[in-house]
Write a protein that binds this ligand. Structure first.
Ligand code: ADP
Length: 442
């Protein structure tokens, strides 16, 4: 700055000196006034260019100036560049933060002091059926039209969470949301939403399961205690006593089977997946399943001395499947035993192993029984689901056999498939990926 002034004064004096030489003091004063005006105009023009540049806000297009103005412009450019860098850092940080909230599996909605939507992540938009752009600054109570939420929102304190009905992508599926409000900053609120549909359904299933188990146990228990009372209160002859004790034994065995099936289920749920290293030879396993089914068939008619069904066992390939022998035996027996129990005497049951074109190894049990209507098929493997409750009970069923079977086959990477039609019999299949076939055990 000082050097610019010194040079201005120096050149003014030189010009004034030259003017004095040619025209005297008046010319010298006129020259000083002229140089000063010229200098002022030049500075105004440079200030104007600087202002235009600053107004345009394009730091890179710095005007070419001279002297003091160039220094000023350079300094301003550096300051502006620093400011831009800082703004960029803050913008990046904000973006990063928003991306993190966006990635959250839970819904996050930011509300202003009045409860209007300022921002929400995609999950919240999905949960609450809102559009973060369209519904910007809409009041959240107008968007989430649920009386439970409206009441919760108007409370002074939001200690706990409430459960509301969420927006469902399909009309048939109901969505349960857990919703919680938290205050932050200067009266703003954070609305957190969590999809708890699965937890809710698991809770309903747990309740149904407990109710079903209690019901299943209570029935034989009531019958048993009735017989006990009869034995205690009536003078019965030995034959009658024997008869009652036989009936009691049937009920006790029903309860035993139920408890044992429940234990198997809970073990399946709690134990680690069967390792891939244990080769289970299928031929002896299938023979055992066939023999057990024959023995069960013989019990179907007390008058008969042998099996009442024709059991055909197709030649079993010399294969080994990796998995748990006991689990596989229980799944295969369940299918064969069901075929025996639900197929009337005289029917035919065909047991086979095959390999399909899509590289599946399939165990199938085909019967000539009554068949099953299509509406029951998807529910057959639910716990305690039965098509014909009395037929299941009569034959000692617990309603858990197919649930266990499905569990076992899934634990072995396979699936349970059912092909059935009323009047045309049923085929139950366990299909495993062929990758589970292993070399024969030594
Ligand atoms: P349950 O102990 O009642 O047999 P499952 O889970 O083994 O229970 O089977 C569920 C229901 O599926 C049975 O109650 C029965 O209605 C039906 N079902 C199973 N296997 C057959 C079959 N081979 N033929 C006809 N119905 C069957």
């Amino acid at each position: 700055m000082a050097s610019h002034l010194v040079s201005l004064i120096f050149w003014s004096l030189v010009a004034a000196g030259a003017a004095w030489w040619y025209g005297g003091w008046t010319a010298a004063l006129a020259m000083v006034a002229l140089v000063s005006w010229g200098w002022v105009l030049q500075q105004l023009w440079r200030a104007h260019r600087l202002e235009v540049w600053l107004r345009a806000g394009q730091v890179a297009n710095q005007p070419v100036l001279k002297g003091l103005w160039r220094d000023l412009a350079d300094r301003m450019r550096r300051l502006l560049q620093q400011r831009d860098q800082q703004v960029q850092v803050h913008a990046d940080r904000l973006q990063h933060f928003l991306q993190a909230i966006q990635a959250s599996p839970n819904g996050v909605t930011l509300l202003d002091k009045e409860g209007r939507i300022e921002w929400c992540n995609d999950t919240a938009a999905l949960h609450l059926g809102i559009d973060s752009h369209r519904d910007h600054l809409q009041h959240v109570v107008h968007m989430v039209r649920d009386p439970v939420f409206s009441r919760y929102f108007t409370q002074d304190k939001h200690d706990g969470e409430v459960v509301i009905e969420g927006r469902s992508p399909t009309l048939t599926k109901s969505v349960k949301l857990s919703v919680q409000l938290h205050r932050y900053g200067d009266g703003q609120q954070l609305l957190l939403t969590r999809d708890i549909t699965a937890v809710h359904q698991a809770e309903i299933m747990r309740r149904d399961f407990v109710a079903n188990v209690s019901h299943e146990i209570r029935t034989p228990l009531t019958v048993l205690s009735g017989f006990v009372e009869t034995l205690q209160s009536l003078p019965l002859d030995p034959d009658e006593q024997h008869h009652f004790l036989d009936l009691m034994a049937v009920q006790a065995s029903r309860m035993q089977t139920l408890v044992s099936d429940l234990l198997i289920l809970s073990q399946l749920e709690g134990s680690p997946l069967p390792g891939k290293g244990e080769p289970v030879a299928l031929a002896p396993l299938t023979l055992q399943v066939r023999d057990d089914a024959l023995a069960l068939s013989a019990l179907q008619d007390p008058e008969s001395t042998g099996p009442v069904h024709t059991l055909v066992l197709e030649p079993v390939p010399d294969w080994c499947l990796s998995g748990s022998r006991n689990e596989l035996l229980s799944a295969m027996s369940n299918l064969a035993n069901n075929a025996v129990r639900y197929t009337p005497a005289g029917g035919t049951i065909r047991i086979a192993w095959s390999r399909t074109e899509d590289d599946q190894v399939v165990f199938s049990v085909k019967d000539t029984g009554p068949g099953i209507a299509p509406e029951h098929l998807p529910r057959l493997s639910e716990r305690f689901y039965r098509v014909d409750r009395s037929r299941s009970r009569e034959t000692g069923g617990t309603g858990l056999g197919l649930a266990i079977t499905k569990h076992v086959v899934q634990r072995h990477g396979g699936q349970l498939r059912i092909d059935s039609e009323p009047g045309r019999g049923s085929t139950f299949m366990l299909s495993f990926p062929a990758s589970r076939l292993v070399a024969k055990s030594l």
